[in-house]
Design a protein around this ligand. Structure first.
Ligand SMILES: Cc1cc2nc3c(=O)[nH]c(=O)nc-3n(C[C@H](O)[C@H](O)[C@H](O)COP(=O)(O)O)c2cc1C
Ligand SMILES: O=C(O)C(=O)c1ccccc1
Length: 396
């Protein structure tokens, strides 16, 4: 009598077999391309011009976003053979949060531009896979709505754009805590908005239309500063936001205030310089996110991937080093991890999936990215992404 085979633990790459079987046995093919690098092109076909102009392009001439991609292309992966990689474990704990794989969803505001359900659809998709969702201060849905959409078990972090009004800032931190956001991401690279010709040419800024300021409009401290209720004068509320959003006077000395009022992990997003990573450590932060905001801020900035190794070398033993800007495929994730990131944040591809098919579209993008990541880990001879290091890469 033959012994029943032990059930094989699911690998993310099983998604690949599902796709083949669906095609061969049921004649069903994926509704959206599995070519993750080709998603932008598909999304361009469905996004309305204003949304397209906000989501896809970058600051100035677009040089930073191009540099982000070029930096990935300058590294080549070195596969290793015969190392027994049948089962992979991509799970990890980052800033106190358990992740099924070293991937989070980057904070991105105003997601109703991509799809009417906006952040709610993305949060549901993230929850379906157990991937942490990072809620933007500039979201088109509130803390509470996004938390409810994800459900109580879904891991979630909050990304702060520090309003000039301290009471509003405190209220945001309180609401985030109460709604179950466990870690705080403080984005530092938008003290002012970058020069974005695609939006400027249209004179388009969604927030001034009341879109992407849901956290503010639902906030008691924000509403207390309005002469008339939001419902009666939404235009004045949007202008009140505009007076509160840019905060270029912030300095390192302001960080103790956050420590005092946030009792979970704090990560600084938008760090590229080693000196700033050192300052983050000196100021008692828990982590940094190496990022140039997907090229949306400084035109001609250093590619985030080029900044990563030195930051990881300098503070990786003391701080959690995460990475975003330019990640498009599972192989990209492998490169960022090999260069020192503990996990990566996925940006625009999530919005492309959202634009193409709402929650289902985001789930598709996540499943494909995790499947390709898992396959790349296996094909390079590893059983865990934790084994990746600089020996995994060669310069192109
Ligand atoms: C439409 C859009 C909105 C964004 N909004 C925010 C935001 O509210 N807060 C933030 O910290 N970063 C924001 N980002 C930046 C992302 O968190 C991330 O750094 C960037 O998208 C990474 O680059 P990539 O999309 O090219 O991979 C936004 C990015 C996009 C594309
Ligand atoms: O669009 C962005 O990249 C972003 O993070 C932002 C959010 C609010 C105002 C300005 C920029």
């Amino acid at each position: 009598m033959s012994q029943a085979a032990a059930p094989r633990p699911a690998n993310f790459s099983d998604h690949q077999s599902e796709i083949y079987l669906n095609g061969m046995l049921a004649g069903r093919t994926p509704a959206i391309t599995t070519d993750l690098a080709g998603l932008e092109e598909r999304a361009r076909e469905v996004l309305p011009p204003e949304a397209l102009g906000y989501v896809v392009p970058s600051a100035g001439s677009g040089a930073t976003a191009r540099a982000n991609r070029a930096a990935f292309d300058r590294w080549r992966i070195l596969p290793r053979m015969l190392r027994g990689a049948a089962r992979r474990d991509l799970g990890c704990t980052v800033a106190g949060t358990d992740l099924p794989a070293p991937v989070l969803i980057a904070p991105m505001g105003v997601q109703t531009l991509a799809h009417p359900e906006g952040e709610l659809a993305t949060a549901r998709a993230a929850a379906a896979l157990g991937v942490p969702y990072v809620h933007s201060t500039q979201a088109s849905h509130s803390f509470e709505q996004v938390a409810e959409a994800g459900g109580p078990a879904a891991p979630r972090w909050y990304q702060l754009y520090w309003p000039t009004d301290r009471e509003v800032c405190l209220s945001f931190l309180r609401r985030a805590r109460a709604a179950g956001y466990s870690a705080l991401v403080v984005t530092l690279d938008v003290p002012l908005m970058g020069w974005r010709p695609a939006d400027l040419d249209r004179g388009f800024l969604p927030f001034l239309d009341g879109v992407g300021i849901a956290n503010y409009l639902t906030d008691p401290a924000f509403r207390a500063g309005l002469a008339r209720p939001v419902e009666e004068d939404p235009g004045a509320a949007a202008l009140h936001w505009a007076g509160m959003f840019p905060h270029p006077q912030l300095g390192w000395d302001d960080l103790p205030f956050l420590r005092e009022h946030w009792d979970g992990p704090i990560l600084l997003k938008g760090i590229c310089a080693v000196e700033d990573a050192e300052l983050a450590a000196e100021h008692g932060m828990d982590g940094v996110i190496v990022s140039n905001h997907g090229g949306r801020q400084v035109d001609g900035a250093v590619a985030a991937l080029d900044a990563l190794p030195a930051v990881a070398d300098a503070v990786g033993d003391r701080l959690t080093v995460l990475f975003d800007s330019g990640v498009r495929t599972g192989a990209d994730v492998v490169k960022a991890l090999a260069l020192g990131a503990r996990a990566v944040l996925l940006g625009r591809p999530v919005l492309y999936g959202l634009a193409l098919d709402g929650q289902r579209g985001v789930e598709h993008v996540l499943r494909c990215l995790l499947a390709e990541l898992d396959l790349t880990v296996a094909l390079t001879g590893h059983t865990s992404h934790r084994e990746l290091d600089r020996r995994t890469l060669l310069p192109a």
